[in-house]
Design a protein around this ligand. Structure first.
Ligand SMILES: [Zn+2]
Length: 190
Protein backbone atom coordinates (compact mmCIF):
# COMPACT_ATOMS: atom_id res chain seq x y z
CA UNK A 1 0.00 0.00 0.00
CA UNK A 2 1.11 3.58 -0.56
CA UNK A 3 1.93 5.98 2.29
CA UNK A 4 -1.34 7.82 1.69
CA UNK A 5 -3.41 4.66 2.17
CA UNK A 6 -1.40 3.70 5.26
CA UNK A 7 -1.97 7.19 6.74
CA UNK A 8 -5.70 6.84 6.25
CA UNK A 9 -5.81 3.23 7.50
CA UNK A 10 -3.96 4.26 10.68
CA UNK A 11 -6.42 7.10 11.23
CA UNK A 12 -9.42 4.82 10.54
CA UNK A 13 -8.13 2.27 13.06
CA UNK A 14 -7.44 4.98 15.64
CA UNK A 15 -10.91 6.46 15.12
CA UNK A 16 -12.49 3.03 15.53
CA UNK A 17 -10.69 2.41 18.82
CA UNK A 18 -11.50 5.94 19.98
CA UNK A 19 -15.27 5.61 19.43
CA UNK A 20 -15.51 2.07 20.82
CA UNK A 21 -13.40 2.55 23.95
CA UNK A 22 -14.77 4.14 27.10
CA UNK A 23 -12.68 7.24 27.10
CA UNK A 24 -10.95 9.09 29.85
CA UNK A 25 -10.40 12.80 29.50
CA UNK A 26 -7.37 13.79 27.51
CA UNK A 27 -5.53 17.04 27.03
CA UNK A 28 -5.21 18.83 23.71
CA UNK A 29 -1.44 18.22 23.81
CA UNK A 30 -1.99 14.47 24.25
CA UNK A 31 -4.51 14.44 21.39
CA UNK A 32 -2.08 16.20 19.03
CA UNK A 33 0.90 14.03 19.98
CA UNK A 34 -1.24 10.87 19.82
CA UNK A 35 -2.44 11.81 16.32
CA UNK A 36 1.17 12.38 15.22
CA UNK A 37 2.29 9.09 16.82
CA UNK A 38 -0.52 7.30 15.00
CA UNK A 39 0.65 8.67 11.63
CA UNK A 40 4.29 7.78 12.42
CA UNK A 41 3.22 4.29 13.53
CA UNK A 42 1.23 3.85 10.32
CA UNK A 43 4.34 4.44 8.24
CA UNK A 44 7.05 3.10 10.57
CA UNK A 45 7.13 -0.51 9.28
CA UNK A 46 8.25 0.80 5.87
CA UNK A 47 11.36 2.39 7.38
CA UNK A 48 12.92 -0.82 6.10
CA UNK A 49 13.08 0.70 2.61
CA UNK A 50 15.14 3.80 1.96
CA UNK A 51 12.45 5.19 -0.36
CA UNK A 52 9.77 5.09 2.39
CA UNK A 53 7.61 8.18 2.69
CA UNK A 54 8.50 8.67 6.36
CA UNK A 55 12.18 9.10 5.47
CA UNK A 56 11.27 11.87 3.04
CA UNK A 57 9.24 13.70 5.66
CA UNK A 58 12.24 14.45 7.86
CA UNK A 59 15.29 16.50 7.04
CA UNK A 60 18.26 14.33 6.08
CA UNK A 61 15.87 11.38 6.12
CA UNK A 62 16.75 9.95 2.72
CA UNK A 63 20.40 9.71 3.79
CA UNK A 64 19.46 8.13 7.12
CA UNK A 65 17.11 5.74 5.29
CA UNK A 66 19.95 4.41 3.16
CA UNK A 67 21.83 3.51 6.35
CA UNK A 68 19.02 2.17 8.53
CA UNK A 69 16.84 0.36 5.96
CA UNK A 70 19.45 -2.37 5.24
CA UNK A 71 19.92 -2.88 8.99
CA UNK A 72 16.28 -3.92 9.21
CA UNK A 73 16.97 -6.69 6.72
CA UNK A 74 15.42 -5.08 3.63
CA UNK A 75 11.83 -4.40 2.68
CA UNK A 76 9.03 -6.40 4.31
CA UNK A 77 11.21 -8.33 6.66
CA UNK A 78 11.55 -7.98 10.44
CA UNK A 79 9.42 -4.83 10.74
CA UNK A 80 6.49 -6.56 9.02
CA UNK A 81 6.16 -9.37 11.57
CA UNK A 82 4.78 -10.13 15.03
CA UNK A 83 8.33 -9.97 16.39
CA UNK A 84 8.60 -6.56 14.71
CA UNK A 85 5.42 -5.36 16.47
CA UNK A 86 6.87 -6.52 19.77
CA UNK A 87 10.24 -4.79 19.22
CA UNK A 88 8.60 -1.59 17.94
CA UNK A 89 6.37 -1.60 21.02
CA UNK A 90 9.33 -1.83 23.38
CA UNK A 91 11.33 0.83 21.51
CA UNK A 92 8.36 3.21 21.38
CA UNK A 93 7.80 2.68 25.11
CA UNK A 94 11.44 3.43 25.88
CA UNK A 95 11.41 6.52 23.66
CA UNK A 96 8.20 7.84 25.25
CA UNK A 97 9.52 7.20 28.74
CA UNK A 98 12.54 9.41 27.97
CA UNK A 99 10.44 12.00 26.11
CA UNK A 100 7.94 12.22 28.98
CA UNK A 101 10.43 14.28 30.98
CA UNK A 102 10.01 17.14 28.49
CA UNK A 103 6.66 16.23 26.90
CA UNK A 104 3.71 16.55 29.27
CA UNK A 105 1.35 14.10 27.63
CA UNK A 106 -0.34 10.84 28.59
CA UNK A 107 2.26 8.42 27.24
CA UNK A 108 -0.10 5.43 27.50
CA UNK A 109 -2.49 7.00 25.00
CA UNK A 110 0.36 8.12 22.74
CA UNK A 111 1.89 4.62 22.85
CA UNK A 112 -1.43 2.98 21.96
CA UNK A 113 -1.96 5.45 19.11
CA UNK A 114 1.49 4.54 17.73
CA UNK A 115 0.85 0.80 18.05
CA UNK A 116 -2.59 1.05 16.42
CA UNK A 117 -0.94 2.80 13.47
CA UNK A 118 1.83 0.19 13.31
CA UNK A 119 -0.54 -2.79 13.42
CA UNK A 120 -2.90 -1.19 10.88
CA UNK A 121 0.06 -0.99 8.48
CA UNK A 122 0.77 -4.73 8.71
CA UNK A 123 -2.94 -5.51 8.40
CA UNK A 124 -3.18 -3.48 5.18
CA UNK A 125 -0.01 -5.02 3.73
CA UNK A 126 -1.57 -8.47 4.19
CA UNK A 127 -3.85 -7.65 1.25
CA UNK A 128 -1.00 -6.88 -1.15
CA UNK A 129 0.62 -9.20 -3.72
CA UNK A 130 3.83 -9.71 -1.76
CA UNK A 131 2.20 -10.48 1.58
CA UNK A 132 4.24 -10.13 4.77
CA UNK A 133 6.48 -12.46 6.83
CA UNK A 134 4.14 -12.21 9.83
CA UNK A 135 5.66 -15.25 11.56
CA UNK A 136 9.28 -14.15 11.10
CA UNK A 137 11.80 -15.87 11.47
CA UNK A 138 9.68 -18.54 9.73
CA UNK A 139 10.38 -17.62 6.08
CA UNK A 140 6.79 -17.63 4.91
CA UNK A 141 4.99 -14.64 3.44
CA UNK A 142 1.34 -14.57 4.43
CA UNK A 143 -1.54 -12.65 2.90
CA UNK A 144 -5.29 -12.34 2.55
CA UNK A 145 -6.59 -14.09 0.51
CA UNK A 146 -3.95 -16.86 0.64
CA UNK A 147 -3.55 -16.93 -3.16
CA UNK A 148 -1.23 -14.03 -3.95
CA UNK A 149 -2.57 -13.36 -7.46
CA UNK A 150 -5.93 -12.45 -5.93
CA UNK A 151 -4.35 -9.74 -3.81
CA UNK A 152 -3.89 -6.03 -4.45
CA UNK A 153 -1.04 -4.31 -6.27
CA UNK A 154 0.54 -1.46 -4.27
CA UNK A 155 -0.43 1.88 -5.80
CA UNK A 156 -2.62 0.09 -8.33
CA UNK A 157 -6.14 0.82 -9.50
CA UNK A 158 -7.86 -1.31 -6.84
CA UNK A 159 -6.01 0.48 -4.05
CA UNK A 160 -6.79 3.93 -5.46
CA UNK A 161 -10.35 3.38 -6.61
CA UNK A 162 -11.58 0.87 -4.02
CA UNK A 163 -9.44 0.48 -0.87
CA UNK A 164 -8.85 4.19 -0.26
CA UNK A 165 -12.50 5.26 -0.83
CA UNK A 166 -13.77 2.38 1.36
CA UNK A 167 -11.44 3.41 4.21
CA UNK A 168 -12.60 6.99 3.80
CA UNK A 169 -16.23 5.88 3.86
CA UNK A 170 -15.69 3.80 7.03
CA UNK A 171 -13.96 6.74 8.72
CA UNK A 172 -16.76 9.15 7.84
CA UNK A 173 -19.35 6.62 9.09
CA UNK A 174 -17.44 6.18 12.36
CA UNK A 175 -17.62 9.92 13.01
CA UNK A 176 -21.17 10.30 11.72
CA UNK A 177 -22.66 7.51 13.84
CA UNK A 178 -20.64 8.41 16.94
CA UNK A 179 -21.06 12.13 16.59
CA UNK A 180 -22.08 12.66 20.21
CA UNK A 181 -19.19 10.64 21.64
CA UNK A 182 -16.69 12.49 19.47
CA UNK A 183 -18.21 15.82 20.47
CA UNK A 184 -17.99 14.78 24.11
CA UNK A 185 -14.28 13.99 23.72
CA UNK A 186 -13.62 17.28 21.91
CA UNK A 187 -15.53 19.30 24.52
CA UNK A 188 -13.51 17.73 27.30
CA UNK A 189 -10.12 18.49 25.76
CA UNK A 190 -8.31 20.53 28.33
ZN1 LIG B 1 4.77 -2.06 4.48
Amino acid sequence: MTGRTHDLAAFTALSYVMVTTPFKEITLATAIVAFTANMVGGLAPDLDQSTASLWHRVRGGSMLGKIIAPLLGGHRFLSHSLVGIFIAGILARMFLQVASSVLYVDIDIVWWAFMIGFISHLFMDLFTHDGIPLLFPIPLKLGIPPLSFLRIKTGGLVEKSFVFPVLLFITICLYYFNYHDVLHILRNLS
